[in-house]
Design a protein around this ligand. Structure first.
Ligand code: G1P
Length: 300
């Protein structure tokens, strides 16, 4: 690896959102802590970063997010109670999240948008490329995406975003990319980006899903990015500038993801994620599938 392509080791996870779609569950509990089977959603995201080789994790949090810090910290009281009981299995589960990565936290203060949340990471990240993982997107661990994005960044430099083809009536929920093919079938060159366009104005059906590997020049751009869609500072708008002017921190490539992704920020998808992951678990799956089959048969 050359000096211009330092190894990527830092992941940034914006987690300051209010989680209003899950009220009242999220009145006193951060949405990131809602369980997907028996693990908080956020732990899957941190595990994904670690399995892509990124074990320095910065969470951008806000008020009422203390449980996130506690979850990734030691809990000596619980550990010693489990030790006394000789419950090694549960003790390992408790220790797993605190041993996972080196965790750092910064508060966003004013929730001024995703671009602003990423900018809060600038002092920690410095001048290296880094990853951003959005907590609402859960990528199935069997379909590694971030690892591929890191590879593509090391090959091309600049920034890399994750893209997924969606139905035209869905595109208004996402950032959308205009792309050209490259020699690799899963990689495209991004030449334009627009945040949440109406279906009629969308340049393609390639939606940005919540994984990014970013060139640190993004911070200079974010500092100057005016509020965009929804009055918020949009990461998509800053990336659009990187894509438009390759001389400053470009180019922008996209990795086209065809694997399993769950949007745990949406209640229906959240339930589907739990059912699918529970079915596939060795410990819970066999019983749960049997029950599910008879439940579905009764309902039809
Ligand atoms: C954010 C981004 C959007 C992206 C989406 C992926 O939007 O602004 O470009 O497509 O995440 O989940 P949000 O869903 O936070 O409104």
């Amino acid at each position: 690896m050359t000096q211009s392509h330092p190894r990527i080791s830092k992941a940034v996870i914006p987690a300051a959102g209010l989680g209003t779609r899950f009220l009242p569950a999220t009145k006193a509990t951060p949405k990131e802590m809602l369980p997907v089977v028996d693990k908080p959603a956020i732990q899957y995201v941190v595990e994904e970063a670690v399995s892509a080789g990124l074990d320095d994790v910065l969470m951008v949090t806000g008020r009422n997010k203390r449980p996130l810090e506690d979850h990734f910290d030691r809990n000596y009281e619980l550990e010693s109670a489990l030790q006394k009981k000789g419950d090694a299995g549960r003790l390992a589960k408790v220790q797993e999240s605190s041993d996972l990565a080196t965790m750092h936290y910064v508060r966003q203060g004013d929730p001024k948008g995703l671009g602003h949340a990423v900018l809060c990471a600038a002092p920690h990240v410095g001048h290296e490329p880094f990853a951003v993982l959005l907590g609402d997107d859960l990528i199935d661990p069997r379909d590694p995406l971030l690892k591929r994005m890191v590879e593509v960044q090391e090959q091309h430099g600049g920034s890399v975003i994750a893209l997924m083809e969606v139905a035209p009536e869905q595109i208004h929920l996402y950032g959308c990319a205009a792309v050209d093919p490259t020699a690799d079938s899963d990689v495209v060159k991004v030449h334009d980006l627009v945040e949440k366009p109406a279906a009629a104005d969308a340049p393609s059906n390639y939606a940005i899903i919540g994984r990014y590997v970013l060139d640190p020049h993004i911070f200079d751009i974010l500092r100057k990015t005016e509020p965009g869609r929804g009055g918020e500072i949009q990461l998509t708008d800053a990336l659009q500038q990187l894509a438009a002017d390759e001389k400053v921190g470009g180019p922008v490539h996209g990795v086209v993801f065809k694997g399993r992704r769950y949007d745990t920020g949406d209640r229906g998808d959240y339930l589907r994620a739990i059912v699918r992951l529970a079915c596939e678990r060795e410990d819970l799956g066999p019983d749960f599938r049997t029950w599910l089959r008879s439940y579905v048969a009764e309902e039809m």
